[in-house]
Design a binder for this molecule. Structure first.
Ligand SMILES: [Mg+2]
Length: 268
């Protein structure tokens, strides 16, 4: 049995646009192998990501989506049980945290009681990409961390590739909290073990039967190589031929986009 682990942003979509030829290429992989979708993006729920892929013509199921928001929610539940969480993130992150049974702290009083007591402190501050990030959220997150909450990041990608360029990624928001608190976040997303262990558990296959396809050397390709998977870099996202040449991280194959996957089936 072979399996493909596909990144989404920069591989299948660029912003809201589908990358040319991607749906057909993914459906061809689905004809012959298992396919799991692995994204550091925590802004959408697994159901929303699956629906978006379905709308582009890709035959996939919600159960084959692993987002960093979902992986964070599962990691916290398995390791600590259900917890009280102050999220800095979008609806997808909050949905997955609730789905695993965690309590969401609305953070209205900065995690501190009106009398300055600590009765309302969250167990964890969980940070993902939040396009409505504000100084107030930073302040509340900091108050919770100073009062003893753990700091968990869904991912630390510096950039999000969109249609005509890049937006700041979750990593920029995580850094703001790290800088203010003097603490380092525990990071769930690729290339870190919680996300990779989640996908290996899900597939139940040895890593050498898996091919990871992604657009970022420092997350996708590094993660796949560390785990002994075959790795394919697509140039439809953040990397360029020049950045590949300059990197110490070497994918097994480099292609323009996932539409060219058929031409390199020999490696996988
Ligand atoms: Mg990507």
């Amino acid at each position: 049995m072979k399996a493909y682990i596909l990144d989404i942003d920069g591989v299948i979509f660029r912003g809201s646009e589908v990358i040319a030829g991607a749906p057909d290429a993914v459906n061809r992989l689905l004809d012959n192998a298992r396919v799991v979708f692995l994204t550091n993006n925590s802004t959408q729920s697994r159901a929303a990501v699956s629906a978006r892929l379905n709308a582009s013509g890709i035959r996939c199921r919600e159960s084959d989506m692993i987002t960093a928001g979902y992986a964070a929610a599962v990691y916290i539940r398995k390791r600590y049980g259900t917890q009280k969480i102050y999220p800095i993130g979008e609806t997808g992150l909050i949905h997955e945290l609730k789905a695993e049974g965690h309590e969401i702290d609305p953070g209205g009083d900065g995690g501190m009681g009106a009398d300055g007591g600590e009765d309302a402190v969250a167990d964890f501050v969980v940070v993902g990409l939040d396009m409505d990030f504000t100084y107030e959220k930073l302040r509340i997150g900091l108050q919770n961390i100073l009062a003893g909450a753990g700091l968990i990041a869904t991912n630390t990608d510096p950039l999000l590739p969109v249609e005509h360029g890049f937006l700041p990624g979750a990593g920029a928001i995580v850094r703001a909290l790290e800088t203010a608190s003097g603490r380092s976040a525990f990071v769930i997303g690729k290339p870190n073990p919680p996300m990779m262990d989640a996908v290996i558990d899900h597939l139940g296959l040895p890593a050498h039967e898996c091919t990871l396809v992604g657009d970022r050397l420092e997350t996708d390709i590094l993660a796949g190589s560390r785990y002994g998977m075959k790795t394919v870099l697509v140039l439809s996202g953040v990397e360029t031929a020049e950045s590949v040449r300059q990197s110490r991280i070497k994918p097994d194959a480099v292609i323009g986009s996932i539409a060219e996957m058929q031409e390199i089936q020999h490696i996988a």
